[in-house]
Design a protein around this ligand. Structure first.
Ligand SMILES: [Fe+2]
Length: 344
């Protein structure tokens, strides 16, 4: 496995780059906007293909690199379903898996620091975001934080992981880089409490100043959605209500770009073809499934995904490949359901 812990000294943020092999797919956790050039260079040096950029929660102390990485690499952006961010490509919930080629991360919903905080497990380690820090815990006094929820997340979820599990947090201000669950249970001063009430009192007594970047970072991090105006201006966007009327027409092929787990959890459109976003590139070149479908049958290609990001990027890619009939359902499955569209 390729595993890199990268540090942003300005915000003391740790960013993690993961891949199963050189030349394979990669995933990045908690990227910082100012460090995006560094990540891109490293990704290139290691011959990786970035396919997912994930934030553990909506950050208040730095601007996320999610949007910039998506714009550079066409990767999928991922956050939890509770996040107040305007648009990400994929939203995850407790119990989901976050998959790339050769690696599968477990998804644990751990509210407390914020109400959209998640931790991600991978074999011998856990990425704890700002839920559990090394000899500390994330503050719970803003962004719908809750000391009570954090106590539950830490004691009933994270501390139940095997003792030897490596703990990789999103921040460290003292120079530590990794810990273990057993070490934190024994030596983290915030965890030496006897009850949830005691933890709430401890957290209420911290009286922390707001992060310096907060007034800039939070609004910026809420707006990470892809600028889809250009796709719409070119006439490649179909609103959900219009798309409902297209479903089932003989000259239209509706293409679902989501992953299997998303289809199982959120439902599928009747008659839609399944072409996961990760395999799109090979299908739109001559000889590929969608290329042949569009050129031999003359069918109009209508892409959709969860929220319209993957499909907007796919329309652009298909148009670039010469498939002039390609368009997408604006707002994806989310908009489809709100418009009263049928599910299979
Ligand atoms: Fe945070």
């Amino acid at each position: 496995m390729i595993f890199r812990q990268l540090f942003d000294a300005t915000s003391s943020t740790y960013t993690y780059l993961l891949a199963s092999r050189r030349g394979g797919e990669a995933l990045i956790i908690d990227p910082v906007l100012e460090r995006v050039d560094r990540y891109l260079r490293l990704i290139e040096e290691l011959d990786l293909n970035l396919v997912k950029a994930v934030d553990t929660h909506l950050h208040a102390d730095h601007i996320t690199g999610l949007g910039a990485l998506r714009d550079h690499t066409k990767c999928i952006t991922v956050m939890g379903e509770q996040s107040g961010v305007d648009v990400v490509s994929m939203r995850v919930a407790d119990g989901d898996r976050l998959d790339i080629e050769g690696l599968s991360l477990g998804v644990i919903y751990t509210p407390g620091h914020t109400d959209d905080s998640y931790c991600f497990t991978l074999a011998d380690r856990v990425f704890t975001g700002d839920t559990l820090l090394i000899r500390g815990t994330g503050r719970t006094d803003f962004q719908n934080g809750s000391a009570r929820a954090q106590y539950e997340s830490i004691f009933n979820r994270l501390l139940r992981l095997p003792d030897e599990t490596l703990v990789y947090p999103a921040h460290d201000y003292k120079g530590d880089s990794v810990s273990t669950i057993a070490e934190e249970r024994a030596h983290n001063p915030r965890l030496q409490v006897k009850s949830v009430a005691e933890y709430e009192a401890l957290m209420a007594g911290l009286k922390l100043a707001n992060p310096k970047m907060m007034d800039v970072a939070v609004p910026a991090n809420m707006r990470q959605g892809l600028h889809q105006a250009e796709v719409a201006r070119r006439g490649w966007a179909i609103d959900a209500a219009t798309a409902i009327g297209l479903l089932g027409q003989a000259d239209v092929a509706v293409i679902d770009l989501r992953e299997r787990a998303e289809r199982e959890r959120h439902g599928v459109l009747p008659g839609a073809l399944h072409v996961p976003y990760s395999s799109l590139a090979e299908t739109i070149v001559p000889g590929g499934l969608l290329h042949e479908l569009a050129t031999t049958t003359g069918k109009q290609l209508v892409f959709f995904c969860a929220f319209g990001e993957r499909s907007a990027m796919s329309v652009q890619a298909a148009q670039d490949a010469g498939l002039r009939s390609a368009s997408h359902i604006e707002g994806g499955m989310d908009a489809w359901k709100k418009a009263g569209g049928l599910l299979a």
